[in-house]
Design a protein around this ligand. Structure first.
Ligand code: ADP
Ligand code: TYD
Length: 209
């Protein structure tokens, strides 16, 4: 490895992110390549505590800006404690959600707009993923896959919120064609996996010594 490699996976709730993350882990395992796998919100002991507050169904009165700042606070800790040090050691970091989630959910879903990128600029500095897999699936289809009883505070939001989030993701994809790899997530688990594996092979080649 010439340098570290930072990969993130994004998408609406129920789009198959967790399923494909297992496939991504297997891809690297088959090649005997160690990765640092991590997730947001969370990824550090402090971040996991922040996660509990953000996703708690009882925190109904949480202000949107408070929410955006809590995600960014957890992210600042995550970047500085886990992601940046790993990349400096030329490791591969695979992250379940990163700053694009905040742009989509808080920027578009909560309609906080540009402020979200500004807050997150403080949190991440220049630490951005090299490649982001975006699982593209109509949010109403994704939400039908999730058990209502297990929904967290964000997942419980009404359909209009999730439609805005998805629109946000599509805008992010348009603005970042170099980084974002759009995946048609309405296909079978195996078809999606093969797509992701093909891209991972390319990316690995580009960072190999
Ligand atoms: P996410 O992590 O994005 O919320 P999951 O990977 O947990 O999504 O998937 C949500 C549900 O949909 C799970 O029951 C999973 O088995 C199912 N699922 C995942 N990918 C697909 C797919 N391509 N087609 C149909 N169902 C899927
Ligand atoms: P996650 O645990 O990834 O949920 P899932 O596996 O169901 O996709 O994320 C929890 C929720 O937090 C999810 O609804 C997306 C939301 N979220 C934001 O709103 N902003 C953010 O910055 C992040 C990282 C997540």
């Amino acid at each position: 490895m010439k340098k570290g490699l930072f990969i993130s996976i994004e998408g609406p709730d129920g789009s198959g992110k967790s399923t494909q993350i297992e496939n991504i882990k297997q891809f690297f395992k088959d090649k005997d390549i160690d990765i640092v796998f991590t997730r947001e919100p969370g990824g550090t002991p402090i971040g996991e505590r922040i996660r509990e507050i953000i996703l708690d169904k009882n925190c109904k009165e949480m202000d949107s800006m408070t929410e955006a700042m809590l995600y960014a606070a957890a992210r600042a800790q995550h970047v500085n404690q886990v992601i940046r040090p790993a990349l400096e050691q030329k490791k591969i970091v695979v992250c379940d959600r990163f700053v694009d989630s905040s742009i989509a959910y808080q920027g578009y879903g909560r309609r906080l707009g540009e402020s979200v990128a500004i807050i997150n600029g403080f949190a991440i500095g220049d630490c951005m993923p090299d490649v982001t897999f975006l699982m593209k699936l109509d949010p109403t289809v994704g939400r039908k896959r999730i058990d209502e009883k297990q929904q967290d505070r964000l997942e419980m939001e009404k359909d209009a919120f999730h439609v805005s989030v998805f629109k946000g993701y599509l805008d992010i994809e348009k603005k970042n064609p170099q980084r974002i790899v759009g995946i048609d997530a309405s296909r079978s688990i195996n078809e999606i996996k093969l797509d992701i594996y093909k891209k991972l092979e390319e990316v690995l080649k580009s960072v190999a010594e």
